[in-house]
Design a protein around this ligand. Structure first.
Ligand code: HEC
Ligand code: HEC
Ligand code: HEC
Ligand code: HEC
Ligand code: HEC
Length: 353
């Protein structure tokens, strides 16, 4: 009896060990990514090294490539133009949720308006400089991580220190509660959410990220949401007294609402028909997605199932890194109704098409 219990115990420990290992995200031989002395036969191993954390390449170096659905590194900078398709979703293309720096990169389109100008990818934005519209100037050009970047701990200047440990400690499944960098949505410290394991390669109603949002009834900031991430730099576009709508939630708005739940206004309005639905269990849209306050690990494949599940966010209209369109929009707003243009606004503003 005793040995049986013991065996069961060991069995579960093994299962748990395997389960833990198979969820750790960075896998493979150490030497695929690290070099001990940056020297092999007396020659330098790293392209730009020696790099911090004994890495063979930089953030940008490792994250440059073409997404094909089998890559284990998410590529955010491609060397040929990625294809989003006319409605901007990338349902058949080689793109990921965050968008791509191709169009803003000197090596690609070189168009300042089409992305965040990140050090090592493109020079400082000629028009906007170091100032995020709606916020205060940064002290250097944007970096991937650190104080002047988006990923990692933004209280730490150096980008590798800011992200230290996250690649190995990250668990790819479940709800990211924002408590550490590794447990934050896409290493964005403090931001919550649930991650599509393929970073939204070929997304659809059933395969996408679950973004966190909160229904606000004042103009005050809320933390943890994906829109709050953007607000860390673009503050007034998200919160601030007299900046959004003094009489939320029945606003005549001063700036487009975000962290605002369409459940509050849907009945009898155009919002009821979000993405072609009726007002109950409408299909989730990958053209103009919404966030949810539900922190369970159930994927939000429908919208208007429960209150708090139809939250407008910055990413309802924008991508984070870059897109083919000015103001990093998800679809070609400026060209609509001309050829190649697309009115993604109509996913919500269903009477304005
Ligand atoms: C697929 C790429 C990849 C592989 C394979 C890999 N690493 Fe890493 N490792 C990274 C990256 C990227 C970082 C730096 C970013 C960070 O800290 O999140 C890192 C950081 C580290 C760190 C410092 C931070 C920490 O988590 O403690 C150590 C130590 C480390 N790796 C050891 C190893 C060892 C040992 C192996 C082999 C068993 C290995 N790595 C395999 C990508 C990799
Ligand atoms: C040695 C190559 C390498 C370097 C250097 C590297 N990464 Fe990564 N990164 C990877 C790989 C491989 C993955 C995929 C593993 C995973 O899904 O976590 C990854 C995943 C990520 C993710 C997505 C995590 C998720 O939620 O799926 C982010 C964000 C990221 N890296 C940011 C960075 C930043 C910022 C830097 C520089 C400070 C950096 N990486 C440096 C290889 C690298
Ligand atoms: C770490 C600070 C920081 C964060 C966080 C940040 N941005 Fe920015 N953003 C900037 C800076 C600086 C600029 C101006 C320079 C540039 O375009 O790169 C900018 C510019 C922009 C632009 C205008 C691009 C152009 O050239 O016309 C858009 C749109 C934008 N950000 C959207 C977002 C969204 C959406 C988020 C959240 C996903 C976000 N930003 C998060 C710093 C930030
Ligand atoms: C309803 C869609 C929508 C939402 C939601 C949205 N934006 Fe925008 N944003 C736009 C459009 C469209 C533009 C292009 C300029 C214009 O037409 O006003 C723009 C422009 C911008 C710019 C460039 C401003 C400039 O001076 O060039 C920034 C920065 C920006 N948005 C950040 C954000 C942030 C941060 C959030 C979330 C707090 C957000 N946006 C939410 C649609 C949206
Ligand atoms: C994800 C859904 C969503 C998308 C996409 C969206 N909107 Fe909105 N929009 C809303 C909601 C919700 C409101 C506020 C409704 C209310 O307060 O009754 C709003 C408000 C507005 C208002 C202000 C109305 C007022 O009462 O002051 C304008 C103008 C507007 N949107 C234009 C746009 C444009 C242009 C786009 C595309 C670039 C767009 N919206 C995309 C959901 C959306």
């Amino acid at each position: 009896m005793r040995t049986k219990l013991c065996n069961i115990h060991i069995f579960f420990m093994v299962v748990m060990f395997i389960a833990t290992c198979s969820y750790a995200k960075v896998t493979g031989q150490c030497s695929n990514c690290h070099t001990m002395h940056n020297s092999q036969n007396g020659l330098s191993v790293s392209k730009n090294g020696p790099n911090e954390e004994l890495l063979k390449d930089t953030c940008i170096g490792c994250h440059t490539g073409t997404n094909d659905g089998t890559n284990n590194t998410p590529y955010v900078l491609s060397i040929s133009p990625p294809n989003y398709g006319v409605n901007g979703t990338g349902t058949t293309g080689n793109t990921l949720a965050g968008g791509n720096f191709y169009w803003v990169a000197s090596s690609g389109g070189g168009n300042d308006r089409c992305g965040h100008n990140v050090q090592g990818i493109s020079p400082t934005d000629a028009t906007l400089g170091l100032t995020p519209p709606g916020g205060s100037p940064l002290s250097t050009e944007l970096t991937c991580a650190g104080t002047n970047g988006c990923h990692g701990d933004r209280s730490i200047q150096d980008q590798y220190k800011a992200i230290y440990g996250a690649h190995h400690a990250h668990v790819d499944s479940g709800w990211q509660d924002g408590s550490t960098v590794a447990k934050s949505y896409r290493f964005l410290l403090g931001i919550q959410g649930m991650e599509d394991p393929k970073w939204e390669y070929h997304p659809d109603q059933y395969h996408h990220n679950k973004y966190y949002g909160v229904d606000r009834s004042t103009e005050a900031d809320v933390s943890g949401t994906i829109s709050h991430l953007c607000a860390e730099c673009h503050g007034y576009f998200h919160h601030g007294t007299g900046q959004i709508a003094p009489d939320i939630p029945h606003g005549v708005w001063l700036r487009h609402p975000t962290d605002f739940d369409m459940n509050d206004v849907k009945n009898g309005t155009e919002y009821q028909y979000y993405n072609g639905g009726t007002g109950v269990d409408n299909p989730y849209s990958v053209i103009s997605p919404v966030a949810t306050s539900d922190t369970s690990t159930t994927l939000n494949t429908v919208v208007y199932h429960q209150s708090g599940d139809a939250i407008v966010m910055c990413l309802s209209c924008h991508r984070a890194h870059g897109s083919p369109y000015p103001a990093i929009l998800r679809w070609n707003y400026k060209a609509w109704p001309g050829p190649g243009g697309y009115n993604g606004c109509a996913v919500c503003h269903t009477a304005k098409n």
